[in-house]
Each structure stands twice: as C-alpha cells, then as structure tokens.
Design a binder for this molecule. Structure first.
Ligand code: GLN
Length: 272
C-alpha cells in the first residue's frame, strides 16, 4: 500500500498537487494538516480506492468542489452539488459592496434573486444579523441545497421557489435586491469549460444581459423608495448594465471592481 507521501506524488503527475491534497484529505476524512503529520502512514484499501475514484473524476474534468461536495465562500463552507453554481471569489465583491451599503443606509429587508447554493443570502444574513433576508430560485434542487446550507450555518433566510419575482405577492417590497444572475453570453468560449455546472445558472442563452434587463424592469414593483438594486456581472458588461438603469427612477449607477481589477458589480438606488 502506498504511503500518503507516495499517493500524493503519484497523483501530482496527473492533477494539480494542491487539488490532490484536498482530495486525499477528503478520502481520509481529515484536514490537510493531517497529511503533513502522517506522510509516512500507509493508506488503507478503502481510502486508496476512494482517492483513486476522486482522481478519476477530476481527470474527467469534474470541478474539485463537486467532488468534495463543498466550497468555501467568505470564510464559510457551503455544500454544493451539480444543481448549483460553485461560489466564486468574484462574488465576494458583491457581498462587500452590499455590506458597505447596508452600513451606510437603513436597510431592513433584502432579497437575493437566483440564490443557488444560498451563498449570498446566507453570508449577508450572518454578517448582518438585524437584516431580514429573503431568497428565491426557480430550481427546487437548488433551494434544497440553499436550505441545507442556511440550516447548517445557522442563518435565518426565507426561501421562495420563484422565477425572478413571479411568485412574490405584488405588495412585497424590499429595501435591497441583489443578484448574481446567469450573465455569460451564449457564444462565450469560457462556457465550454464550465460544462459540469448548471447551464441555466450561467447563461440566458442570449447576450448574457436578458436576466439583468428583466430584473431591472421588474424591480421597481418590489423595491422601496431609496432602495438598492445590485448585480454581479461579466468583466465587460458594466457599461451595458449601467445603461440598463436609464429610467429616471434610478440614481446614477456605480460599478465596483473585483480583486482581479475587473468590473464586477453594478448597483443603483431607486430615488427616495
Ligand atoms: N462568474 C461566473 C463565471 O464566469 C459566472 C456566474 C454567472 O453567470 N452568474 O465563471
């Protein structure tokens, strides 16, 4: 039986060494520090078999978070499966933007549209305990994952099955509405590399702006005066998204860059 060190060496000829460590730690049911302290331990048959299965899946192209069933976001671990988009570091820019806005304005209720794993709604609910958080998704499978995450992380979020605003009563109004909608253009090459993730969470099958367009159009019916509407979007969509806020009910929209320096979040306030 190979030792931990040998198993890692063998795998790192095929996959990224850091990923190999994550997969081996998961097969062992331990954390990564365990690997260092026990690098001369021989692996049990069942652990080795599971580790090799994980490597096979990785070699076929499956993202590591789906193999592990979890992904870290804003310092917390979220369950993920192929029904939900894998939380990205880019989305932390949306969180930071909304957190700052909520510190400066009186925001009591917030809706996250297309919540997926729930990472946005749950993070905001945990970071801002006074905030009442609501979240919707049109996928029942995604909602099951989001509910499980909310429960495990101890976040109070009310979930709705809804295609954007469709299932919300017309009198339901929020102080803030946020969304990371599908925004990749149908013909974007990047889409091909994301084959394991739910396609309906990534693209509208058109120019990547259909959902943002629809949400901006419908949002006034569900947003209090002075309320915030904030989106995550593609690196090259900031201008187009700002232009979509052309109705005079909106204040001048603003764009925020992500840590990589790309335009990532655009938001506007509804006039008070
Ligand atoms: N940020 C994701 C990516 O480009 C896309 C997420 C989305 O469409 N909402 O990989």
């Amino acid at each position: 039986m190979p030792t931990i060190a040998q198993a890692l060496k063998e795998a790192s000829q095929q996959i990224d060494r850091f990923e190999a460590k994550l997969l081996l730690a998961a097969a062992l049911g331990k954390d990564r520090t365990y690997l260092i302290a026990h690098d001369r331990d021989a692996l049990q048959d069942d652990v080795l078999a599971l580790y090799r299965q994980f490597i096979e899946r990785r070699l076929r192209g499956e993202p590591v978070p789906y193999i592990l069933g979890k992904q870290e976001f804003f310092g917390r671990s979220f369950h993920v499966c192929s029904a939900v988009l894998i939380p990205r570091p880019d989305t932390e820019t949306l969180i930071e933007t909304v957190l700052q806005y909520c510190r400066e304005h009186d925001v009591r209720t917030l809706l996250d549209l297309g919540t997926g794993s729930g990472c946005i709604a749950i993070t905001l609910a945990l970071e801002l305990p006074q905030l009442q958080v609501f979240a919707s998704d049109n996928s029942q499978e995604a909602l099951a994952v989001a509910r499980e995450n909310a429960q495990e992380l101890g976040a109070r979020v009310r979930f709705y099955e809804s295609d954007w605003f469709s299932a919300l009563h017309e009198l339901t109004l929020f102080d803030a509405i946020v969304s990371n909608p599908p925004y990749i253009r149908r013909d974007d090459e990047h889409l091909l590399q994301l084959g394991y993730e739910p396609i309906q969470a990534l693209t509208d099958g058109n120019d990547g702006l259909d959902d943002i367009r629809q949400i901006i159009k419908q949002a006034p019916r569900h947003l209090n005066r002075g309320g915030l509407l904030a989106f995550e979007h593609g690196w090259d969509q900031a201008r187009a998204v700002r232009d979509l806020f052309s109705d005079p009910i909106w204040d001048t929209p603003r764009t925020v860059k992500d840590l990589a320096g790309n335009d990532r979040v655009t938001f506007a306030r509804r006039h008070a």
